[in-house]
Ligand binder design. Sequence first.
Ligand code: ZN
Ligand code: ZN
Length: 439
Amino acid sequence: MPHNGSAEAPARIHHSLCRDNAPYRIEVGGVLTASGLVRHKHVLTVLGNRRWLLRRGAAEPGGPPVLRRFPHAAAAPALADAHVHLHAGMRLADFVAYGVCQVRDLGSTAGTELAVPVARHCGDPVPEVVLGGPLLDRPGKPRLNIAARWNRHDELPAVLDAAIGRGASWIKLYAQFPVDLIGTVVRQAHARDLRVAVHPAPGDAPAAIRAGVDEIEHAACLAPRGDGVGGAHALHRRWAQRSDDSWPDVPAGVRLCPTLVVQHRLAEEASRSWSFPGADPGTAAFWRGMRLASRQWTDQELRNCRAASAEMASVVARLVRQGVHLVVGSDTPNPGVLPGRGLWEEMNLLVAAGLPPLEVYLAAAVTGSGLDAAGDEPVTLLPLASLASFEAEGRYPVEPAVATVLRGCLFVPDRLSNRHGDRDGNTLPAQPGTDAGVG
Ligand SMILES: [Zn+2]
Ligand SMILES: [Zn+2]
């Protein structure tokens, strides 16, 4: 099954050094630690078995061979995209190309119709997958093919057991899951060591939080019930017309995955008549098949989406300052949201909204912290200038990583071809408008 995109042209990323050569050393020009970017030569010694050591200073003679020097790159913890929907055509190598080495699937057929993607050998650039099971939406015939079928509440334990059987560690409750059953399913899930994310219907987030869900998905879903909040355009209008801080009210400590990039990209792509410049034709057709992207938006709809984006961004920044726990995810593949790029765009939007860049980076990092002197997590090497610009101005140019150490092997994306556009539909040229921000 082509879960890593192998049915399409392979992504331009090279298995450049192998853990079979470990131990080996890589010299870099900087490091992202928990207290920020340190511009100083460091040496990363890859030991194999996923372990590595990091030392300040240039590579001294003796010891393992120095196989690469990246003086213009900084080593940083690799990133995790907390909200992805795996699908057969998704090019997982693109995540790794952008330094994203873990993805959390929150609703797909992975584990049933789709095999859960795994690296078949060390040179396979597939991120680690944290699996959510099926969506739990309303009872009866599912509206979505990624939702589980259930009819009565006493069938829910079996649905959870099936999710565990396919390898899930999370489940997601979707907008039409009955709100009065959330507490029950949360207890049943927790008893099975499953965590519960919820994509709430407008107005349902407070009840879901009281019922003990582990995470709320999408800032957009924090809108209150009422005045026609059915459908994306109505939801945008509701946010655009938000006039005071009476909503949303999210208690400190609640985990929130805002996915601001969804509305941001909708507005960008709607304003370009859904032409999706740079996307391969299959993906663009897939997006244009979605109802939201199947027709031209009116000027008012576009204005509402932009205003909603700006409101959501400022609300998220306020909530996080008040102690809400930020989770960073892209909701790839929403229209225009691409593997790897989407997470960086989300990070840029969060920073544009006023959150500290380092806090945003660390929230998106696989480990939730900067690099230490030793570890076993994946490490990405990012352009020093880009990381410095992100740290200082909160603007990352949304470009592939210089290289990434994943499971002891070094992967190097072909950055030149990314920069200069795409000759064979294989990589995506830089898109205009990614810096447009919403703040
Ligand atoms: Zn290898
Ligand atoms: Zn989603």
